[in-house]
Design a protein around this ligand. Structure first.
Ligand SMILES: *[C@@H]1O[C@H](CO)[C@@H](O)[C@H](O)[C@H]1NC(C)=O
Length: 119
């Protein structure tokens, strides 16, 4: 095969790529009516007040401190144990328990209400 034939074979895909650019398959273009992420979020956007952002910043900084090697090992151990606890039988039993306890909460609430009312 001659050099020019080799060049043709190897350069052809490049020529096609240059001639027919494909749209980015990862990010679709934003709709024309979009005015911005925050306005699209509506009420959620109002959660992003400076106070909330400062609080999140604090949480993230302190959360980072919690992620020491020893804490990560502890968390791993907790997750491993929790994973073995969460059998189908345990989940079924717990679901049943919650289902049976839920109607009682109304009574407990009334009882607490009358107890507090009598103080
Ligand atoms: C689920 O409930 C049954 C019946 O009360 C009980 O025998 C069993 O030990 C419970 N299993 C778990 C994993 O809680």
């Amino acid at each position: 095969m001659r050099v020019t034939s080799l060049l043709t074979v190897f350069m052809a895909p490049l020529a096609i790529a240059v001639a027919a650019p494909q749209p980015n398959p990862v990010a679709a273009a934003a709709p024309a009516s979009t005015t911005g992420l925050l306005s699209e979020l509506g009420d959620l956007g109002s959660l992003l007040s400076q106070d909330n952002i400062n609080s999140l910043n604090t949480i993230i900084k302190n959360g980072g401190k919690l992620l020491s090697d020893s804490n990560l090992n502890t968390l791993q151990s907790i997750l491993t144990n929790a994973d073995s606890l969460l059998t189908k039988e345990f989940v079924d039993n717990t679901t049943t328990l919650i289902g049976e306890a839920t109607p009682l909460l109304g009574d407990v609430s009334k009882l607490l209400g009358s107890l507090l009312g009598s103080l």
